[in-house]
Design a protein around this ligand. Sequence first.
Ligand code: SAH
Ligand code: SF4
Ligand code: F3S
Length: 436
Amino acid sequence: MKKLYIKTFGCQMNVYDSARMRDALLALGYQETEEPDEADILLINTCHIREKASEKLYSEIGRLAAFKTARQARGQETLIIVAGCVVQADGSELLHRAPAVDIAVGPQNYHLLPELITKRLRLKSRQIVADFPAESKFDFLPETKAGSASCFLAIQEGCDNFCSYCVVPYTRGCEYSRPAADILAEARQLVRTGAKEIMLLGQNVNAWHGEGAADLGELIRRLCDIEGLQRLRYTTSYPSKMTDSIISVHALEKVMPYIHLPIQAGSNAILKAMNRQYTVAEYEDIVARFREVRPDMAISSDFIVGFPGETDADFEQTLALVERVKYASSFSFKFSARPGTPASLMKNQIPEKVKTERLMRLQELLMCQQRAFNDQTVGKELDVLLIEEGKKKGQLLGYTPYLQGTHVSSDKARLGDIVRVKITGSSATSLSGEVI
Ligand code: SAH
Ligand code: SF4
Ligand code: F3S
């Protein structure tokens, strides 16, 4: 049996895409392996969001090319396939830069993989597709199966917001929402094959406007009717697209009290330069509305520090905003100038040293808040969905409704169970507790 090795970089959408590519290749008779030296196909799914992410690809290709050369010396045909956002961004430049690559396939073309592999093997010519085709790849990919009790389901892709620093509108294309019927069918299939929790994915998930439901709020209500599905989440939401219809679904038992709502910066001048379509006050109003429906709502965000022109005073406003909101978790990054984006050409680029200092200060504050959020759950009883084996023997890792990673030890609990846990310990990054 031929073997397939997959390495995934980037966001949850890439994790989902890798799972769908795996489904497509398993249907051709491949079997997945964790060992690159025994793989007939080495697949790398790439991310272009920041410079570091993009550069990782080229070092990864170098690593995998060594396996390919060694295998070929033993007479074993081996293909390197590169998928994802770097393919869309770099196009045929990627094939020039990386001669070991056999196939490069952009994010909207994964359904063409079987055909591209056949062509590469028969015709021997290197293959690249990085189009935005009229047909949707979702209509051609095989049915998916739950890989664990918590699954991703892409409902919306692409972005029309054009934040001035971001490559996603160029790499993923314009906004597309899948029809409600397809999403419901995929969710049912995931639940039939073991999913207890579904995380709906989209670059602007709350702007979903597919056929068959009025908005994301109605779609979530319909998904909640699926028997066996116990938890629903969705990410990433764009602040100005948030509506009361969506906020109100958090009153439902199956919808988790957690929202990832990236603000990026706490200064209106910087938000404007970023082309984000909201003010700090509007953002805080949305947070307050979530907390009206669920006072215990966990709020999470992304931040960028050192955006061109960001003054010390602007940055202080980000810290002040964080102090007011009180985040349960977060991701924060130094601004990275990406080719082709307006922000990369802006004057007043911030020196690396200043970016590093700001990032450290912001992360210190955010870590403190995350720790405080975790600490206040100690002594409480929370439901934990167990999804992975823990590092220690007999230990399992699961997630609370607030998406806190929680280690539990129990001989009775199994992966896929939702167990009631008394939280006994906490750190900045995780909790521990006992099944009761
Ligand atoms: N659609 C989501 C974000 C997708 S990208 C949203 O609008 O919130 C994930 C995160 O990467 C962004 O929220 C942003 O914080 C960060 N990011 C994107 N482009 C970046 C850049 N050029 N430099 C640094 N961080 C960036
Ligand atoms: Fe990028 Fe902005 Fe779109 Fe998010 S909303 S994907 S940051 S352009
Ligand atoms: Fe990266 Fe593409 Fe996701 S650029 S963050 S993999 S949409």
